[in-house]
Design a protein around this ligand. Structure first.
Ligand code: ZN
Length: 655
C-alpha cells in the first residue's frame, strides 16, 4: 500500500491542491526487452545543457499480472526510440524560463515539485522554444502533438519501458527490496524530504531517480480500461480523462510504490493550484529516426550532439534519415490493361506509407520521417555504362513511334516510357548521391519500370534499363568505390544484372530466387567467370519457400559471403513478388519476413560501410501484400521501433 496521501483542497486558490490517487499493490512481473541490461545507451547534451539518455526502440512487457487491478494484464508493448532526461527536472533548470518555482523543498539541484501537470507541459514548450524546436503542447487545449520535435512528458508506456531498462524484475535493479535504498529516496531513507538529483545509483540505462525522490508526471490520462485494451505500439493513453498518470514513487512512498510497474494518478491539471510536494517530472523527446545529430538534410541545425555511437549500434552516428525516391512521373509509364506491372503499384505504396504516417507532403513529417528525394533523368553517360547506345536509341525511337512492346510481349511501353525509364535509373543515382553526400543513411527507391532483367541491348521481363546495374557503375566511377554488393531478393533471377557483372570481381551479385522459373537463369552453378568467378552467387529455391527458408539463406549464405567481401556500398534489388499471395511469385514471404531480411542486409551495410544502402524496387504485384512489405522494409531502414534489432524482429514470429 502506499502512503502517498490524498489531500483535497476545498479552496479554489489554495496553495495546496489535491493529490494523488492511490493504487495499491503491485507485484512484480516484468518485461522483456531485446537488449540485455548490460546495454549502455548514449548520453547527449542538448543545446540548453541538459543531459538526455537515448532510449532504444524495443518491445517490453508492460504491467504485472500479479499486480494491482490497474496493472493487469501484463502486455507486450512496442516503444519507438526516444530521448529522456537523465535526471528529474531540477529547480534551477525550471527557473531559467522565468517560471515561478513552486517547490516546497528549495534547493537549485533538488527536483522541482508541487508542479501541476499543465505547468510541466508549459515548461516542455518553453524548453522546446529555447532549443529551436517545435513545441509539442497546444497551450489552449494542452493536447500533445507527438509529431512535433520538441520536448514533452513521457507516455506512461515510455516511462515504464525506460524505468525497466530491459529488466523484468520488480525494480530496475532486481527484486531485492533491501537494495532500494541505494537507488531511491523513499519513505525509509528520505526523512520526509527530497534530495539532490543523481545522488543514488542510476538504473541500467543511466537514468537517475526513476524510483523515488519525486513521482513523475506522464503525458497520459489515467485509465484502467485503456491500459487493458490500448494499442501495443506506442500507446498514448486515452483521449480524455480526469487525472494524469504519475509514475515512480516519491520520497514518502513505500518500497512497493516504487516498483517499476506501479501506477498512480492525480487530478492536478488545474492552473490555479499547486500539486503536492511529491510530484515532479522529467522530459522526453521523440527520436524520429535513427538518431539525432548534426546538420539535418534540410540544412537546419539540429539541437543535439552525439557523444558516442548511436543507441542502436550503427557505426555511423552522423547520418540520420531514410530517403524515399518517388515522383509522379513514374506513373506515366503505361503498360497494357491488366498488366501486373502497373502504375497502381506505386500508388499503393505511397498510399500505404501516407496512411501509416511515414510519408507526407507536409514539411514537418517529410523532414522528420522520410526524406523525400526527387529524381531527375540519368545522364546518358551513366545509362551507357550498362546499355549500348544502339539499344538506348531504339528505346527512344520505339516510344516516339508508339510501338506497343519492346523486344517481347511482356514489356509493353507507352509514349513516355523512355523518359520515365531514364528517371527510374536517375532515381537510383539521386539516392546514391544523397547517401554519399551524407544527407541520408539509406534510401528506398519507389521507381518503375523495374530493371534487373534488362540486358545491355535488350528489354526483358517488364524492364527497360537496368537501374541497379547503372547505379553500381555510378558508385564505382563517380564515387570511386571499389566494391559493391547487390542483394537481389526478387522472386525472379536478375539475369540482366548477373550478365553485366559476371566477370567482375568488384561486384558481388547475390540472388535468391525461385528456380526453375522465369527467366530460366540463376542456377547455383552460375558462379561468375574469369576474375569474377565466385562473385556471382545464385541461390535457387523451390516454389513455396517462405520466411524461414529465406532467412536461412540470408544467414548461412549471404551474411558470411558479404562480410568476407566487405562491400563499400550495398544495393538491394528489392522485388516483392516473393510475397505470400503475389500473383506471379508462388513464394510465401510475409511482410514481417521482409523486415527480417532487410535487417540482415542492413546490418551487413552497417558492419561494412557505415550503413550505406540503397534499395530499389523491382517486382511485386499484389498491391496489398507488396505495399505492406514495402512498409515493413522501410520501417527497418528507418529503424522504426520493433524492427531495429534482429532479436526484436524475430519476436514478430513469421509464420
Ligand atoms: Zn520479379
Amino acid at each position: 500500500m502506499l502512503e502517498v496521501e490524498k489531500k483535497k483542497s476545498e479552496i479554489k486558490y489554495s496553495v495546496l491542491c489535491p493529490l494523488f490517487s492511490v493504487f495499491c499493490l503491485l507485484v512484480f512481473f516484468g518485461c522483456r526487452r531485446a537488449e540485455d541490461t548490460s546495454y549502455k545507451p548514449e548520453v547527449i547534451t542538448t543545446k540548453t545543457g541538459i543531459e538526455m539518455v537515448a532510449i532504444p526502440a524495443g518491445w517490453f512487457l508492460m504491467g504485472d499480472d500479479n499486480g494491482a487491478a490497474d496493472e493487469r494484464p501484463a502486455h507486450k508493448v512496442l516503444i519507438s526510440a526516444f530521448w529522456m532526461d537523465k535526471y528529474e527536472v531540477v529547480q534551477e533548470e525550471f527557473r531559467k524560463y522565468q517560471l515561478p518555482d513552486p517547490s516546497h523543498f528549495k534547493n537549485p539541484r533538488n527536483p522541482l515539485e508541487r508542479i501541476n501537470w499543465t505547468d510541466a507541459a508549459l515548461y516542455c514548450n518553453d524548453r522546446s522554444r529555447a532549443e529551436g524546436l517545435e513545441p509539442c503542447y497546444d497551450e489552449q487545449t494542452w493536447q500533445c502533438n507527438f509529431e512535433a520535435n520538441g520536448f514533452r512528458l513521457p507516455t506512461e508506456a515510455e516511462w515504464e519501458y525506460a524505468c525497466r531498462a530491459g529488466t523484468t524484475t520488480k525494480y530496475s535493479f532486481g527484486n531485492d527490496v533491501r537494495k532500494l535504498k541505494t537507488y531511491a529516496w523513499f519513505a525509509e531513507n528520505s526523512s520526509g524530504k527530497t534530495y539532490l538529483v543523481g545522488k543514488k545509483k542510476p538504473n541500467p540505462w543511466g537514468l537517475y531517480d526513476m524510483h523515488g525522490n519525486v513521482a513523475e508526471w506522464c503525458n497520459d490520462y489515467y485509465s484502467e480500461s485503456y491500459y487493458k485494451q490500448g494499442p501495443d505500439r506506442d500507446p498514448k493513453g486515452p483521449a480524455e480523462g480526469e487525472e494524469k498518470v504519475l509514475r515512480g514513487g516519491a520520497w514518502n512512498s513505500s518500497a512497493d510504490s516504487c516498483w517499476s510497474s506501479y501506477r498512480a494518478s492525480d487530478p492536478s491539471l488545474n492552473d490555479t493550484c499547486l500539486a503536492s510536494d511529491i510530484i515532479g517530472f522529467r522530459c522526453v523527446r521523440t527520436a524520429l529516426n535513427t538518431a539525432i545529430t548534426l546538420p539535418s538534410p534540410d540544412g537546419k541545425e539540429d539541437t543535439m550532439r552525439m557523444d558516442s555511437t548511436s543507441p542502436l549500434g550503427t557505426s555511423s552516428p552522423q547520418v540520420l534519415k531514410t530517403g524515399f525516391v518517388y515522383d509522379d512521373i513514374y506513373l506515366e509509364h503505361k503498360t497494357t490493361p491488366g498488366h501486373p506491372e502497373s502504375s497502381q503499384r506505386l500508388v499503393a505504396i505511397v498510399e500505404r506509407l501516407k496512411a501509416s504516417g511515414s510519408y507526407s507532403d507536409g514539411f514537418d513529417k517529410l523532414t522528420t520521417r522520410l526524406f523525400v528525394l526527387t529524381p531527375g533523368p540519368a545522364a546518358m553517360e551513366w545509362i551507357e555504362t550498362v546499355h549500348s547506345s544502339h539499344y538506348i536509341e531504339r528505346v527512344k525511337v520505339s516510344c516516339e513511334n508508339g510501338t506497343a512492346y519492346l523486344d517481347s510481349l511482356d514489356t509493353p511501353i507507352s509514349e513516355k516510357s523512355y523518359e520515365v525509364a531514364l528517371i527510374a535509373a536517375g532515381g537510383v543515382l539521386t539516392a546514391i548521391d544523397a547517401v554519399m553526400q551524407r544527407k541520408v543513411t539509406n534510401v528506398f527507391c519507389a521507381i518503375r519500370p523495374p530493371g534487373h532483367h534488362a540486358l545491355s541491348d535488350r528489354a526483358m521481363g517488364f524492364c527497360i534499363f537496368n537501374n541497379i546495374a547503372i547505379g553500381t557503375k555510378y558508385l564505382q566511377k563517380k564515387y570511386k568505390l571499389q566494391k559493391v554488393l547487390i542483394v537481389d531478393w526478387d522472386v525472379h533471377h536478375g539475369n540482366g544484372t548477373e550478365a553485366v557483372f559476371y566477370d567482375d570481381p568488384t561486384v558481388l551479385y547475390f540472388s535468391v530466387h525461385q528456380y526453375p522459373f522465369y527467366p530460366g537463369t540463376g542456377r547455383q552453378a552460375e558462379k561468375g567467370s574469369g576474375k569474377g568467378l565466385n562473385y556471382n552467387i545464385n541461390v535457387p529455391l523451390p516454389a513455396g519457400s517462405g520466411d524461414n527458408d529465406y532467412l536461412k539463406v540470408f544467414r548461412e549464405k549471404l551474411e558470411p559471403a558479404a562480410l568476407l567481401f566487405s562491400p563499400d556500398f550495398v544495393l538491394i534489388s528489392a522485388g516483392f513478388d516473393a510475397c505470400k499471395g503475389d500473383v506471379l511469385g508462388g513464394m510465401n514471404i510475409t511482410p514481417q519476413g521482409f523486415a527480417q531480411l532487410t535487417q540482415i542486409v542492413k546490418s551487413i551495410a552497417e558492419k561494412c560501410c557505415e550503413g550505406r544502402l540503397v534499395s530499389v524496387l523491382e517486382g511485386g504485384y499484389d498491391l496489398d501484400v507488396m505495399s505492406a512489405s514495402v512498409e515493413e522494409h522501410i520501417r527497418v531502414l528507418m529503424r522504426d521501433p520493433a524492427l531495429t534489432s534482429t532479436s526484436s524482429v524475430e519476436s514478430r514470429e513469421p509464420k
